[in-house]
Structures are given as C-alpha cells and as structure tokens.
Design a binder for this molecule. Structure first.
Ligand code: ADP
Ligand code: MG
Length: 239
C-alpha cells in the first residue's frame, strides 16, 4: 500500500542550482526510514516534495505504485509531523487532533471513536479541553503525533519532530514513536540531523550531503562500512 519510490528526483528553487540531485530510492512498506544530514543538505525539501507541499522539478515520485508528482497533499494518503508541531493556538487539543478529519468528511461517530482510541493510546485523555499554550512541550508533541495517528494514513512523514524537546524527553519520545510505528505498521520517513536518533531509530538510514545521497543502509552497515569519509565522520565510526 505505501511503498515510496523516488526515481531520479531533483529539485531547484526558482531556476537556481539544484538543491537535490538524482535521488533514487525505494522505501518499503512498514519500514522506518531515516533521512539524516547536516543543516541545508536538502532533507526538508525532499520530505516536502513527498508530502506534495513542494513542486518536484525533475524525476518521478510513486506512492503505492502510483505516480503522484501532481497530486495534492490530501490525495496522497499520508500524514506529516513538523518540527514546530504547528498546532492551532485557538483550538483545544480535541479540535486540533480532529482538524484533518473534518476536511476528509469522516462521520462524527467515527471521529469520536478514532479520537478515543488515539488519546487513550497516547495518554492525552485528560487534556482534551486544553489549549496548546496550556501544555508542556512533550504534551504538545504528543498532540501532534495523535493528529497524525488519527488520520490512519499508512505513510507518515516527520521532519525533526523532537528537536524542540529536552534530552530526556527526546530519548523517551524516540521509543514512543518507534513503538507506535511498529504497532500501527506505518511506513515512516523520519528526518533528523541527530546521528544518535538516526542510529537508534532507523531500519535503514540515508545520509544526505549537499543534495546528494552519500549512503543508504542499515545503521550497523553505515557504522562498520561507511562509504566515504563524510559518512564515517557524520555517523561517528572510526574509519
Ligand atoms: P535541510 O532540511 O536539510 O536543512 P532544506 O531542504 O531546508 O535543508 O534546504 C536545502 C537547500 O535548499 C538549502 O540550501 C536552502 O537554503 C534551500 N532552500 C530551502 N527552501 C528554499 C526556498 N523556499 N527557496 C529557495 N531555497 C530554498
Ligand atoms: Mg530541515
């Protein structure tokens, strides 16, 4: 259902030089795929193209065997969690979680069923009437995750979702996200610039630098057999 294929994907903004070059990649259904690289390497651009929030200027993008280059985000059957969570400040937790479902014309009854299952699972049941400003960073993060989970989309895209949290909460949320992804069988594309996050969370990792793939592989492979010095120093292996 949710295999993602990138064939010769490239991107340039406003006819400037490419910020991504010839990206070829296949992400399997149910895989936790981590996209890692330094700031400015093109991670968010790639994720936003998959989401449909950024025009693809070269190549072909397929989701579930269908070319989606020109499909609007709402027709791609995916959910997205951003770095800043992007919660609506004037809506309470329940309204924030259900926001996306209203546009999809999910019935009131089904909305309530999905809401209950999701907030129970995420430990948010007693916070439903609070506004985002009345929540801690970790709670806001869980609301953003709940909003993504409640959509029941098989493909989930996350762009540095933990970067605003303190170290302890970050460590906790890594485990939480991995658990959720496994439980729901989600295909996950997870962007981070944090090597530890990449190494501990990913089934596979892709290292990006200057818009080019440096290596794709399992964490242990990147560590033991880095393709080049960049990967070695970025991952922290002793090559
Ligand atoms: P990352 O998420 O890895 O930090 P980005 O995808 O945000 O990298 O950026 C990759 C490159 O594209 C950077 O050089 C950045 O300046 C450029 N870029 C990103 N967004 C835009 C935009 N809207 N217009 C022009 N250039 C952009
Ligand atoms: Mg980014």
């Amino acid at each position: 259902m949710s295999k993602v294929e990138l064939q010769n994907i490239s991107k340039s903004y406003d006819k400037q030089a490419d910020v991504l070059h010839n990206i070829n990649l296949s992400i399997e259904k149910g895989e936790f795929f981590v996209l890692v690289g330094p700031s400015g390497s093109g991670k968010s651009t790639l994720l936003r193209m998959i989401a449909g929030l950024e025009e693809i200027t070269g190549g072909t993008l397929k989701i579930a065997d269908r070319v989606v280059n020109h499909l609007p985000p709402k027709d791609r059957n995916l959910s997205m969690v951003f770095q800043n969570y992007a919660l609506y400040p004037h809506l309470n937790v329940e309204q924030n979680i259900l926001f996306g479902l209203r546009a999809k014309k999910v019935s009131k009854q089904e909305q309530q069923e999905r809401l209950k299952a999701t907030v129970d699972m995420m430990g948010l049941s007693n916070l439903l009437k609070r506004k985002p400003r009345e929540l801690s960073g970790g709670q806001r993060q869980r609301v953003a995750l709940a909003r993504s989970v409640v959509s029941e989309a098989p493909l989930c895209l996350m762009d540095e979702p933990l970067s605003n949290l303190d170290a302890k909460l970050r460590a906790h949320m890594r485990i939480e996200i991995r658990r959720l992804q496994k439980k729901l069988g989600l295909t996950m594309i997870y962007v981070t610039h944090d090597q530890v996050e990449a190494m501990t969370m990913g089934d596979r990792i892709m290292v990006l630098n200057n818009g080019e793939i440096q290596q794709v592989g399992e964490p242990i492979t990147l560590y033991n057999e880095p393709a080049n010095l960049f990967v070695a120093s970025f991952i922290g292996s002793p090559k």
